[in-house]
Design a protein around this ligand. Structure first.
Ligand SMILES: Cc1cc2nc3c(=O)[nH]c(=O)nc-3n(C[C@H](O)[C@H](O)[C@H](O)COP(=O)(O)OP(=O)(O)OC[C@H]3O[C@@H](n4cnc5c(N)ncnc54)[C@H](O)[C@@H]3O)c2cc1C
Length: 397
């Protein structure tokens, strides 16, 4: 069988999983190259704690190069500027064109800070280490000069779980700093109901969230579209103004520029349209995994909501793509694993409590869906963080 060159772009949940899974399954029979603009794996879920000084970079990242060199996977640390699907090429900034027989794109999101006036200047973010560092500094300034707080999931956002977790952690930190009686806390969201999450809800999460909001006096604005973010608050499209001294907004995600700018590779938002085996709908030797993949919302909402492509489904998409590349090489039938059929696993932290969310499908209808609330969920999240980082650092995917 002729040797194939399989190139993977991205080295986080999707790319790292794909590379190690591929190596495990094909051994030295084919060549694997990973290209990414960083050599660090970042465990995004812990960024909800970073702004409060509860985690530092070293606690939530590891160097991927060790595993790649141990497994003879070539690693190129470089920015990908464009793809050239008709000629099977990846155009890098400093390493020229890298040719492939098969390509997996797992490049995650470009966070769109420019579609709402004032979003970039007047709100904080937790999507990435640098934004989270800025948010940490802003939180320190806020503690010295406190006031109302607004946390929001903007129109088109998809990463709702992280926004809720940050909201609840802010609530916990306000209480710890004896500010909960004096600082109002408001959550503005594109969702039509609390805990919709972009997937039409999950079990009784809505009721639990409603209880939590009531109990802790968190004001909710549903179906909210943000018109403008200002230094002193957030103006909604319906004319309401939410005063704020500390504003964290989860914006919408787009596909990265290199994907969006490549003709025929992606839709207008830069997400890659694939079949249920994560194979590109036009270019059969290109696959995608994770946030890079286009997943249609399960239903229309009055204000647009995206679908959260979280860690577990991202890894499953990567593994399915890997299986299909191997099947293609061997002339075997393709396998399918539709996004909505992937199991749902998530732990939502609230600072000192949380809820464990387990379901047999990402999107309803589900036969099994369980929510286990309580302090043990908080400890489970911490235990999972340690387990995940240890196992991935040591090459287990
Ligand atoms: C604050 C926060 C909290 C979260 N919490 C949870 C949680 O509790 N549970 C959960 O399941 N999910 C959670 N998620 C979602 C989870 O982080 C994503 O599902 C996951 O990161 C998606 O993986 P990915 O590989 O698709 O993209 P990413 O993790 O974003 O990885 C993209 C990779 O591509 C590389 N790359 C990007 N552009 C280029 C380029 N031009 N050239 C070269 N390389 C490039 C990047 O360096 C990176 O290696 C959270 C997300 C956030 C933001």
């Amino acid at each position: 069988m002729a040797r194939k060159h399989i190139v993977i772009v991205g080295t986080n949940f999707g790319g790292y999983t794909a590379a190690l899974e591929l190596k495990e399954l094909v051994g030295d029979n084919h060549d694997i190259t990973v290209i990414a603009n960083t050599h660090k794996f970042l465990f995004f879920p812990s960024l909800i704690w970073y702004p409060f000084g509860l985690r530092d970079e070293k606690d939530i990242t590891f160097d991927v190069r060790h595993q790649y060199s141990k497994h003879s996977i070539k690693f190129i640390e470089d920015e990908v500027d464009l793809f050239d699907p008709p000629n099977n090429g990846v155009i890098t900034r400093h390493n020229g064109i890298v040719s492939y027989d098969y390509l997996i794109i797992a490049t995650g999101p470009k966070v769109d800070y420019d579609y709402i006036p004032g979003l970039r200047e007047h709100s904080y973010s937790i999507v990435g280490l640098n934004p989270a560092q800025r948010t940490r500094e802003a939180w320190q300034r806020f503690l010295a000069d406190p006031g109302p707080v607004v946390i929001a999931s903007a129109q088109g956002a998809a990463c709702f779980g992280a926004a809720y977790e940050f909201l609840f952690n802010v609530r916990y930190q306000l209480a710890k700093n004896s500010l909960d009686k004096t600082c109002s806390l408001t959550y503005s969201t594109a969702e039509p109901f609390l805990a919709h999450f972009g997937i039409n809800g999950f079990g009784n999460a809505q009721q639990m969230c409603e209880w939590f909001f009531k109990h802790y006096h968190i004001q909710a604005h549903l179906n909210a579209s943000i018109k403008e973010v200002r230094a002193d608050g957030v103006e909604l499209e319906n004319g309401e103004f939410l005063p704020s001294k500390f504003t964290m907004i989860m914006p919408r995600f787009l596909g990265i520029d290199a994907v969006r700018n490549t003709p025929q590779l992606a839709n207008d938002k830069g997400f890659i349209v694939t079949d249920k085996g994560y194979r590109h709908h036009i270019f059969p030797n290109i696959f995608a995994a994770g946030v890079a993949v286009h997943i249609a919302p399960p239903g229309e909402t009055p204000v647009p909501c995206g679908v959260p492509k979280t860690g577990y489904p991202t890894e499953q998409m990567a593994k399915t793509a890997v299986k299909n590349i191997i099947a293609d090489i061997k002339g075997l039938p393709q396998v399918e694993q539709a996004f909505e059929d992937i199991n749902a696993y998530c732990i939502m932290d609230t600072g000192n409590m949380g809820m464990m969310i387990v379901g047999d499908h990402m999107v309803s209808p589900r036969e099994h869906e369980y929510i286990i609330p309580g302090p043990e969920a908080h400890w489970a999240k911490i235990a999972f963080e340690k387990y995940f980082l240890f196992s991935r650092k040591h090459g287990k995917v």
